[in-house]
Structures are given as structure tokens and as C-alpha cells.
Ligand binder design. Sequence first.
Ligand code: TGC
Ligand code: FAD
Length: 391
Amino acid sequence: MASPMTDPLALLDLDSSLSDTERDIRSTVSAFLDDRARPFAPAWYDSGTFPRDLVPELGKLGLLGMHLDGYGCAGTSAVEYGLACLELESVDSGLRSFVSVQGSLAMFSIWRHGSEEQKQEWLPRMAAGEAIGCFGLTEPDHGSDPANMRTRAVRDGADWILNGTKMWITNGGIADVATVWAQTESGIRGFLVPRGTPGFTTRDIKNKLSLRASVTSELVLEDVRLPEAARLPLAEGLKGPLSCLNEARFGILFGAVGAARDSLRSALAYATTRTQFGRPLGGFQLTQQKLADRALSVSTSALLALHIGRLKDAGALRPEQISAGKLHNVREAIATARECRTILGGSGITSEYSPLRHAANLESVLTYEGTSEIHLLTVGRALTGLNAFAG
Ligand code: TGC
Ligand code: FAD
């Protein structure tokens, strides 16, 4: 009898579509995570703790702002960054979230829209994991429709005064600097708010049932005074923050494959060792159907991610293609995690096995960076030319 596959992506030999460098980066990140993260992920989740001590190590490995050039960043390709996200999320979505927010939202907002002084001040330290960033777009009353945000920045002489509240902000409570988006009389603008600025406070959100190994916070701005030098000079209008979301959504569409692959790996190992009715669970046709369906889903999601990654590296990627990838891969990953949980029976409801933890995490992933409904409507708008968001 043949032995079971340990990597579901081997079914379609995904590795044959990768370059030597891509394979090397994937295995370096994977080996690091096996040693420093994977064994501890259930405990981080159980205790609701983000492993802050790991941040400098992530920096040392070049994972922070990985696909950005200069300022101490690794300057990898988009596919290489995506593959790192895949491996990170195979451990826990909270870890990939940290890397997404640090590199693709906080650092990218400075890298793309910031002044040279802002880049010099923040990017090298953020790349090294010596400073942490967060990205405040969502508000308590405006999530899917950030265009209507209430946070205001008003001129006072040479300075700006910011008032407002941001909600559900990853890394908020541990960030050294927050990119905060606010309405001004000339439209939406971005501001860098360092920790400790008078009037700026954060409060962590407790009792989360999802993304427990990640810090999620509220940011409160009460008459926060900032100099003009704190404004991101190149960000004008909603397309400023939306351009950053493209980067983070891209990492997610790879990351989701990792969570799904790990769920399937766990179910495969269980199905080939646990016996009922005198034979391994994997010997039953119904179990094989579940495993085969989910292996096809993980494989097609991986191929979709790779295709979108190649488009990005060619400079040809459009936002609706990112929406299609994020929607498809997160939707499929959550279905895979749930189905794999059923194969584990009662054991599957403990944190000893990863699928239910991944499924719970993926509830957040389905919601943040644009809900599945927002991405459906974005794809619908591209297909029909009709805008379902407008009134
Ligand atoms: P709309 O009129 O469509 O667009 C306004 C301007 O923005 C441009 N634009 C984009 N630019 C770059 N990338 C994109 N993806 C873009 N989409 C639109 C557009 O061309 C236009 O430019 P211009 O020059 O004409 O001004 O805007 P709308 O108000 O109708 O909204 C569109 C919609 C609904 C798609 C957008 O608001 C949206 O994406 N909503 C979802 C909000 C969201 O995703 N929030 C995420 C917050 S951050 C987060 O969740 C981090 S979690 C991270 C983690 O922990 O991993
Ligand atoms: P709402 O916008 O109120 O939506 C509620 C429901 O209504 C959803 O199902 C939505 O799809 C649906 N809906 C809304 N509009 C429409 C429509 N036009 N048609 C059909 N259905 C619609 N934000 C940040 O800025 N920075 C962060 O770092 C960050 N991190 C996050 C971390 C976590 C763990 C979570 C859960 C969220 C985070 N977010 C962050 C916020 C996230 O981006 C928002 O939760 C998301 O954009 C949805 O906004 P909302 O929660 O206000 O839901």
C-alpha cells in the first residue's frame, strides 16, 4: 500500500511551478516557523497572546516589508512574499496578520505615500522589527464604506488637529506608529501618529473568538496635534488607503492557502491513523471524498494565488483580480478548515488540532480587508460595468 501524502500541494506538484529561489524562500520560512512558531501556536491562541518576542526574528528573516525596495527591506518579488504569507498563515492567521499589517499596510503606506524624511525615520526600524506599525482606516460606524469616515483633521496654523475613533485595528495596542486616515476639507488624507502623542490612546478589544493570537484595538484621537510633516504628502483621496489594501489583500490570498493546507494536513494524518469499524477513517469512501474535494480546493487556490502573483510581478494586476483571489481563496479555506474538522470527530474541537482554530481565525479573514460581499460586488462591478455600491 502506498504511504499517505504529507503535503496536499504535492498532488498537483505545485513546487514544479516555482523557481529555485521561490522554493528556497518557502522552505527557509517554513523551517524557521517549525522551530519558533508552529509548536507554540495553540498556546498563543488559547491564552489570547501575540508572540511579540518573535517580531525582531521576523525582521531578521526579512519578512517585514519583504516586497518593498530599499530602507532595509528585502526587496523580494510578489510571489516570494506571497509564499512567505502562505507559510506564516499555515501556523496561525494572527502571525500572517501581523506581517501583513506591518509590511503591506503600515510600511507600505509610508513607502508609497510618505516623504523621504518619514521613510528614513520609520522604514529601517520597522523592517528590522524594532518598531511596530498599525493602519487605522475602519471606524465604529464606517467599515465597508470608509469614504464616509468621521475622523477629521482640521488645520490650525501650521499644524493639524485630529479627532475621531478607529476600530478593529490590528497591532493598535503595540504599535509605535499609527497610519491614521482622516477626512480634511480637501478629502481623505493620511497621517503618521507616533505612540505617546498627547490625545492619542488605544484600547485592546477583548473576548475575541477569532484571531486570538493577534492584538486588535480601538484608536482614540482627541485633539491630537500634529505638524504638517506628519501628513503623508503623496496620499490624496480614498485611493490612498485603498492602494495599501491591495497589497495586504494580495498577501491574504496566499495566506489562506496556508491555513487550508495545514487543516488538510492535520485531517490527512488523523484519517490514516485513527481506526473505526476496524479500518482507518481514510479507508472509507465518504472520508476520501472529503479529502479529495478539499485537496482539489487547496490546489486550485494555490494555483490561483500563483497566477495572481505572476500578474503582480509583471506589473499587470488589477484590483478586481485581487478581489477575486481574496474572495475565492478565503471562502475555500474556511470550507476546508470546517470539513477537516469533521474528519477529526470530537478531537477536532480541541486546540490540539489546528482546523477549528484556522476556521475561527478565517472568520476574521473573511471579514477584514473587505468582506466577501464587498469583493463579490467588486467582481460584479468589473463584470457588468454597473456599480452596486453607489446609491
Ligand atoms: P470608489 O469610488 O470605488 O473609489 C474611490 C477611489 O479609489 C479608487 N480605488 C482604488 N484604488 C486603488 N486600489 C483599489 N482597490 C481601489 N478601489 C477603488 C477609485 O479608482 C477612486 O479613485 P478616484 O481617482 O476616482 O478618486 O469608492 P467607494 O466609496 O465606492 O468604495 C469602494 C469600495 C467599497 C470597494 C471600498 O470602499 C472598499 O474596498 N471597502 C472595503 C473597506 C476595507 O476593505 N477595509 C479594510 C480596512 S484595513 C483591514 O481590514 C486590515 S486587516 C489586516 C490584517 O489584520 O491582516
Ligand atoms: P460592516 O461594513 O458594517 O458590514 C456588516 C455586514 O454588512 C457585512 O456582511 C458586509 O459585507 C455587509 N455589507 C456592508 N455593505 C454592504 C453592501 N453594500 N452590500 C452588501 N452587503 C454589505 N480595519 C482597519 O482599518 N485596520 C486594521 O488593522 C483592521 N484589522 C482588523 C482585524 C480584525 C480581527 C477584524 C475583525 C477587523 C479588522 N479591521 C481592520 C476592520 C475590517 O476591515 C472591517 O471589520 C471590515 O471592513 C468590515 O467592516 P464592519 O466590521 O464595520 O462591517
